[in-house]
Design a protein around this ligand. Structure first.
Ligand code: SF4
Length: 290
């Protein structure tokens, strides 16, 4: 980031880039015609509306798919993006062997007061995971935010409240599922975890999933999906479609934090969660007769 950009503007730009990344958009082009201050623009082929602020009541109304809404617009895949999902790519987890008689407690003990990657420098608490060790459904997010870092629990901030509502809309409770993240320590300024941090921390995630052995894994957002599926394709290319991952069914959907910024996408996520409910044999909500 050039030094001439004020810190406040840097934060706005970073926030905006994260928003685009949630949409699977990673390529940007400098608009040489535009005036000063507008050099960071998406490609003209990409049309994204400004994320709007929403009220709490909007945040909690997850199953509200009555109004037909346009799906978020995804970038066109460039020719250099490998169209790979799944085992044909080199796996981050290939070399991770199953630990005999592993338990969540052992994994937590192995993590200890971890300093294996640079994320340890800014954390307050390691956010290991929360929920049932026998869960049929595991949610995997990206990494802890400020609230999670303070409490040592995953998904307890605004996005966490929305996740809780998503779980309850599925006729489940948080204690019925397991919730964890790719990295266990909060990245500074909530930035996206860097590849070396993901590489170092994700074997613990793998062990957690191996121990729990869920029927279904739901990846919340691009980082979780790309980490487990070992792909660099945008999440919008495979969101809502079942994937096979190490004997588990895996569904990638949008992160609740993205839904807070883009409420119309809740309808898409609700469709994904209904597929998960069907897979788990949970009763789907009855359609209201018109
Ligand atoms: S993010 Fe993971 S690997 Fe890095 S310090 Fe925290 S627990 Fe250790």
């Amino acid at each position: 980031m050039p030094e001439s950009i004020p810190e406040s503007l840097q934060r706005i730009i970073e926030e905006r880039l994260r928003y685009y990344e949630d949409l699977g958009i990673r390529l940007f082009y400098r608009d040489r015609v535009a005036g000063a201050g507008s050099s960071l623009r998406p490609s003209p082929a990409v049309s994204i509306s400004q994320p709007s602020r929403v009220s709490i009541s909007e945040e909690i109304s997850l199953p509200k798919p009555k109004t037909k809404v346009a799906a978020p617009v995804a970038s066109e895949p460039g020719p250099h993006i490998p169209p790979v999902i799944g085992p044909s790519g080199p796996s981050l987890f290939e070399e991770v062997e199953k630990v005999k008689d592993d338990t969540l407690l052992k994994i937590r003990e192995d993590i200890g007061d971890c300093t294996r990657c640079k994320l340890h420098k800014g954390r307050n608490k390691i956010v290991f995971g929360d929920g049932s060790a026998k869960a049929q459904l595991v949610f995997v997010g990206e990494g802890p935010g400020a609230d999670e870092d303070a409490q040592g629990l995953p998904f307890v901030g605004r996005a966490g409240k929305l996740l809780t509502q998503m779980i309850e809309a599925m006729s489940l409770q948080r204690k019925d599922v397991y919730i964890c993240n790719v990295v266990k320590c909060r990245p500074p300024e909530n930035r996206t975890p860097e590849p070396d941090e993901v590489q170092t921390c994700s074997p613990y995630l793998l062990r957690q999933i191996d121990v729990i052995n869920p029927k279904v894994i739901v990846c919340l957002g691009a980082v979780a999906a790309k980490t487990l599926l070992q792909t660099n394709r945008g999440i919008s290319h495979f969101r809502g479609e079942w994937q096979e991952w190490r004997g588990h069914k895996l569904m990638a959907t949008y992160h609740p934090a993205y839904l807070l910024r883009n409420p119309p996408a809740k309808a898409e996520v609700w469709k994904d969660l209904q597929k998960v409910m069907a897979e788990l044999g949970l009763a789907l909500p009855k359609k209201k007769s018109s």
